[in-house]
Design a protein around this ligand. Structure first.
Ligand SMILES: Nc1ncnc2c1ncn2[C@@H]1O[C@H](COP(=O)(O)OP(=O)(O)OP(=O)(O)O)[C@@H](O)[C@H]1O
Length: 282
């Protein structure tokens, strides 16, 4: 088996050192919450996800993923790009067990995700989709929902902090979902996901329905989550420009295979012919 693409890049050490050091009082005010990640220690690998031989076929036997092998480091933004139907969403959905791999393994912090309780996995690995689906009730009700399932009631102040983290004014907490624009609702969905203190965010085209200003707001929030919280973020996007703006690493998927792993400034170095063509036309 070929060794998987290595994704060790310098931004990793920068964001990790920020995420794991003890914050000063000033930084504590800046860090609206601290992600419950175990300090990896000097000898621990800094890999968040290790994906090995991940394959999937449709019910009719058509290959969807043809053996995905990749290591995703902690505390970076990874962009997944590729032609329509190449399997981007399918890879993303494997990482919090929205489907179970018939063959292949996904390790999170060294543990097979199939050995983890699925609800705690999904708390650690939050996901946002293209269109936000808010529950009935107020924005605050939405944000409180996840912690409430575990018997924790968030205070008003905690709700406000999460709203600020998602770049929304605290006054939004009393609004109902129907009063919000899609961009605002997407940020509420993000705050709701963050209420579970995830270590990883999976984002499936989270800004494709948003205007450029809302898109920029979400991108800023994501970059801050990486820098200030040390969060690992994996984003599928059809916008190469977006990926170049925010990602540290780009995985290029073609026909169910990762054919290139590149830094965002080096996409022109892609060698795979279909990857080159895709990038030329994008
Ligand atoms: N449950 C399923 N059953 C059958 N085929 C599926 C299933 N899920 C996905 N597929 C097929 O797998 C392929 C990959 O789908 P996927 O949504 O992962 O691609 P994608 O790269 O995210 O596409 P897009 O950019 O258009 O969103 C597509 O051909 C799709 O039709």
């Amino acid at each position: 088996m070929e060794s998987p693409p290595s994704l060790s890049l310098s931004p990793l050490s920068i964001s990790l050192s920020h995420a794991h050091k003890t914050p000063s009082l000033h930084e504590e005010q800046e860090l609206l919450f601290v992600v419950d990640v175990e300090d990896p220690g000097p000898d621990e690998p800094q890999t968040k996800f290790r994906i090995r031989d991940l394959t999937k076929k449709s019910d009719a036997g058509v290959p969807i993923l043809n053996g995905i092998n990749v290591d995703i480091p902690k505390g970076v933004i990874v962009g997944i790009i590729g032609p329509s139907g190449s399997g981007k969403s399918t890879v993303l959905r494997a990482l919090n067990r929205l489907w179970e791999p018939p063959s292949g393994t996904v390790f999170l912090d060294g543990r097979d995700i199939c050995d983890l309780d699925v609800l705690s996995l999904r708390r650690k690995v939050g996901m946002l989709f293209q269109l936000p689906a808010l529950f009935e009730g107020t924005v605050a009700d939405n944000i409180r929902y996840g912690p409430q399932l575990r018997g924790k009631k968030l205070s008003d102040e905690e709700v406000y902090k999460l709203l600020r983290l998602a770049d929304l004014d605290p006054s939004f907490s009393a609004k109902s979902g129907g009063e919000l624009s899609v961009g605002q609702a997407q940020r509420v969905a993000l705050a709701r996901t963050l209420a579970n203190k995830p270590e990883v965010l999976l984002l499936d085209e989270p800004t494709s329905a948003l205007d450029p200003i809302s898109t920029e707001n979400i991108e800023d929030v994501l970059v801050n989550l990486k820098k200030k919280q040390g969060m690992t973020i994996i984003i599928v996007s059809h916008s190469i420009k977006q990926i170049q703006r925010i990602a540290d690493i780009v995985c290029l998927l073609v026909e169910g295979e990762i054919v290139e792993v590149l830094k965002p400034d080096n996409l022109s170095e892609a060698k795979h012919p279909m990857a080159q063509r895709f990038l030329e036309l994008s």
